[in-house]
Write a protein that binds this ligand. Structure first.
Ligand code: C5P
Length: 414
């Protein structure tokens, strides 16, 4: 049965790239059609190695256009018309090669010709090996595509067909559909030239990673935060079109594409960087900020000596989340989101924290050693707000980021 959603009656040109994930587009086509979408498909030559045009056309109920675009095809449907006769061009799976050709503005096959000729929004759902995804060339291309207005869906973290683990996995079908739905919900009219994304025009500030609090010039107090969750959130928000400032403590995470990153070390530097970055429409405080610092850090390296073990007197750090949440009206961002990393009584402590910090949403998670969350790739979160609590299933940190970014986009679109 066809459900009435923002997708109903929309026309999507699905460009199927040549990756192992191409077979998953068969399920995607079915689900899109269930939602009343008119799907026309175009396959690259490499995609034929993974899925046949016959299977694709059986599901779209339409002729499938291929790179072997002949004169009969051109007479029936010119390539310019093909590229414009849609509300959205969705490239799935988007391979590293296809994205590189998009960045270069190449038109050496039907897929790239359609992408170059279109005046409609473009979204890509990348899928590739983790090393290919992390390669500087791919990261450069992603940043350029994001700047050109292309919307990104994923990729997810996870096991891959090649046996490796990490970012690069094709997003799950429901996540792709949700992202496309959000696009149509946010833009009742297609935007000319590029996809601005549902968060276009919004400035979102994100904090991520730990802080390092100096004891002396070579020692510091820190925590086990990897910055994976906060950095993923910044990347997901940018892919939805937001202008993102990421204030990041010391981490080994790569800078997310399309995000302005401000590196800091201490909680006080983080607060100052956030204050400089304001105003913002939304703030996501995902950093694991040290609650305390050494009251007086030593100017020189502390030495072992006859006086025995030094006592470290601690003092409280500024609370960035509480400070921003309690800014006066007019200066306070419309949406302030905090995180609560708890090792016990997760909901109880998080509920108290939501009230104490005066933020709008609080994302709570269990970071006890048994959970493997600190430094790991998975997370199980509960999103608390004044209106109640949403318990999300165990997800990769990338998926948590995607969902949270979409929730932020929904917040600003209503
Ligand atoms: O109180 P607690 O540290 O558990 O609160 C966690 C939330 O508060 C997180 O969103 C964290 O980024 C934020 N926080 C902060 N500044 C601090 C301590 C925590 O912004 N000094």
């Amino acid at each position: 049965m066809t459900e009435l959603t923002p997708l109903h009656g929309k026309r999507i040109l699905l460009i199927i790239g040549g990756g192992i994930a191409a077979y998953k587009t068969l399920e995607l086509i079915r689900r899109l059609r269930d939602k009343g979408v008119h799907v026309r498909a175009l396959m690259t030559k490499a995609a034929h190695e993974f899925v046949t045009p016959l299977s694709v056309s059986s599901l779209t109920g339409e002729k499938v256009y291929t790179d072997l675009f002949d004169l009969t095809d051109e007479a029936e449907m010119g390539h310019i018309q093909l590229s414009r006769d849609a509300d959205l061009l969705l490239v799935a799976p988007a391979t590293a090669d296809l994205m590189a050709r998009m960045v270069a503005g190449m038109a050496n096959d039907l897929a790239t010709t359609a992408l170059l000729a279109t005046d409609k929004p473009v979204m890509v759902a990348p899928a590739m090996n983790v090393r290919m995804w992390e390669h500087k060339a791919t990261q450069r291309n992603i940043a350029q595509l994001a700047q050109d207005g292309v919307g990104f869906i994923g990729p997810d973290d996870g096991d891959m067909a090649c046996g490796e683990f990490g970012p690069g996995r094709f997003s799950e079908t429901p996540d792709i559909i949700a992202a496309v739905e959000n696009h149509f919900r946010a833009s009742s009219e297609p935007l000319s030239g590029s996809l601005a994304g549902p968060l276009a025009g919004r400035h979102i500030l994100v904090t991520s990673g730990p802080t390092h609090e100096p004891i002396d010039p070579v020692r510091y107090l820190a925590n086990r935060s990897s910055g994976k969750q906060g950095h993923a959130i910044a990347g997901s928000l940018a892919r939805l079109g937001a202008q993102v400032t990421l204030v990041a403590g010391p981490t080994t995470q790569p800078n997310p594409a399309g995000v302005t990153v401000v590196q800091i070390e201490t909680a006080r530097e983080m607060l100052a960087a956030c204050q400089t970055a304001l105003p913002a429409d939304g703030v996501i405080c995902a950093a694991a900020v040290a609650d305390w610092r050494v009251a007086q850090d030593a100017e020189q390296k502390m030495k072992k000596g006859p006086d025995g073990v030094p006592a470290l007197a601690l003092t409280e750090n500024p609370d960035i989340l509480a400070t921003i949440s309690q800014l006066p009206k007019g200066k306070r961002p419309a949406l302030v989101v905090g995180f609560a990393a708890e090792t016990e009584k997760v909901i109880e402590h998080a509920t108290a924290k939501l009230a104490r910090k005066k933020c709008d949403w609080l994302v709570a998670n269990d970071v006890s050693p048994a959970s493997g969350v600190m430094g790991g790739d998975m997370n199980t979160v509960h999103v608390l707000s004044a209106t109640g609590r949403d318990d999300w299933p165990q997800l990769s940190k990338t998926e948590v980021a995607e969902r949270l970014a979409r929730k932020v986009a929904d917040y600003f679109s209503t």
